[in-house]
Design a protein around this ligand. Structure first.
Ligand code: HEC
Ligand code: HEC
Ligand code: HEC
Ligand code: HEC
Ligand code: HEC
Length: 214
């Protein structure tokens, strides 16, 4: 009995160590400081209620969710003067030092540098559009981005995390039109609601290896 207990204890400690030091697990909470522009989702997506797709405009069309080009920012932060010499009405914070790199980028064509937050291993195939068009919301995988001053990774992006949802997606399903709504909650039980959506759109995620390892 004692020997079995010691063996089980050892295996437990070893296992916890392995899980704890797994690279993807350690990435949870990763939140790099952006080197050039302190962009705030809390302000733009939260207070100003801008839709995620205004900036991440490929997220429902392609595998990759694009980081917006400088032009997207200068729609509002350009220091351009209109034909009559007045500053354009969309000009917000045109002299802000925080937007210095955006103005430089506009003048020189050099892209603003953004530090990547989420980074899945290269041997894994992931696709944004297949998720968001099937009713899996941004908030399920990225958390309350609209409350973050600086983006933070909230999920491990590990294989077990992907599989957990692929085996039982229903608690995370909603109408595809609601995927960017950070505040949406189902009426009643999430799993019951998701079941209806899964049946309506025939949603059955794959769990075979070749789904994510091609
Ligand atoms: C005004 C433009 C804008 C809007 C609106 C916006 N984002 Fe972003 N987003 C950015 C920029 C710029 C970055 C890169 C800098 C950073 O990480 O903060 C970014 C980064 C991110 C990242 C991290 C990317 C990485 O490197 O891993 C996620 C996740 C994200 N946005 C999700 C969202 C979600 C969800 C919404 C809607 C609730 C949203 N964004 C709305 C501009 C925007
Ligand atoms: C639809 C208009 C709009 C777009 C597009 C937009 N912003 Fe903003 N931004 C605002 C508004 C409004 C404020 C805050 C105004 C205020 O102070 O109340 C702001 C404030 C900021 C500030 C803070 C400036 C300061 O000095 O406090 C930064 C930095 C910023 N935005 C970066 C960006 C970046 C980077 C992008 C592109 C990814 C972007 N914004 C796109 C409207 C926009
Ligand atoms: C099923 C989970 C899932 C959902 C839903 C999801 N994302 Fe992501 N997102 C990820 C993963 C995983 C990555 C890392 C991808 C990589 O490194 O290749 C990522 C990366 C990103 C990035 C960084 C750019 C990139 O592709 O590397 C942005 C921006 C982003 N997501 C925005 C969004 C927005 C906006 C939504 C909602 C419209 C959304 N995501 C929905 C899992 C998800
Ligand atoms: C919160 C739930 C959820 C998470 C987390 C999730 N997925 Fe999915 N995934 C789905 C749903 C739902 C579908 C759509 C299935 C359908 O169309 O029937 C899907 C579809 C896919 C597809 C398209 C092939 C297929 O199964 O039909 C790929 C590839 C995929 N996911 C990869 C990933 C990877 C890689 C991760 C982890 C980084 C991940 N997913 C995390 C729910 C999720
Ligand atoms: C839903 C998506 C998904 C499916 C299905 C899937 N994997 Fe993975 N797999 C991942 C992700 C994501 C990672 C990366 C985890 C990380 O970075 O730690 C991964 C990592 C791995 C690794 C590397 C682990 C390591 O030590 O780094 C192996 C080996 C692997 N998968 C094998 C398999 C096999 C075998 C199957 C089928 C039984 C399978 N996977 C099915 C998403 C998936």
């Amino acid at each position: 009995m004692l020997l079995a207990g010691a063996a089980a204890g050892g295996a437990y400690v070893g296992g916890m160590f392995l899980v704890g030091t797994w690279p993807s697990v350690m990435n949870t909470g990763y939140s790099p400081v952006q080197p050039e522009v302190p962009f705030s989702h809390r302000l733009h997506a939260g207070e100003l209620k801008m839709d995620c797709r205004y900036c991440h405009n490929t997220v429902d069309k392609a595998a990759h969710a694009a980081i917006p080009a400088n032009k997207t920012c200068t729609n509002c932060h350009s220091g351009q003067t209109g034909a009559d010499g007045t500053i354009m009405t969309t000009a917000l914070h045109t002299t802000s030092p925080k937007l210095q790199a955006v103005r430089e980028s506009e003048a020189t064509g050099r892209s603003v540098e953004w530090e990547k937050v989420h980074d899945l291993a290269d041997y894994v195939y992931f696709n944004h559009s297949v998720h968001v068009n099937r009713g899996v919301a941004c908030v399920s995988c990225h958390g309350r981005i609209d409350k973050m001053e600086q983006v933070r990774q909230v999920k491990p992006l590990s294989m077990s995390w992907c599989l957990e949802c692929h085996r039982n997606p229903t608690p995370n399903l909603r109408e595809p039109s609601d995927v960017t709504n950070m505040e949406w909650v189902p009426e009643g039980d999430a799993a019951e609601f998701g079941k209806v959506i899964a049946e309506k759109y025939n949603i059955k995620p794959n769990t075979s290896c070749s789904t994510c390892h091609r």
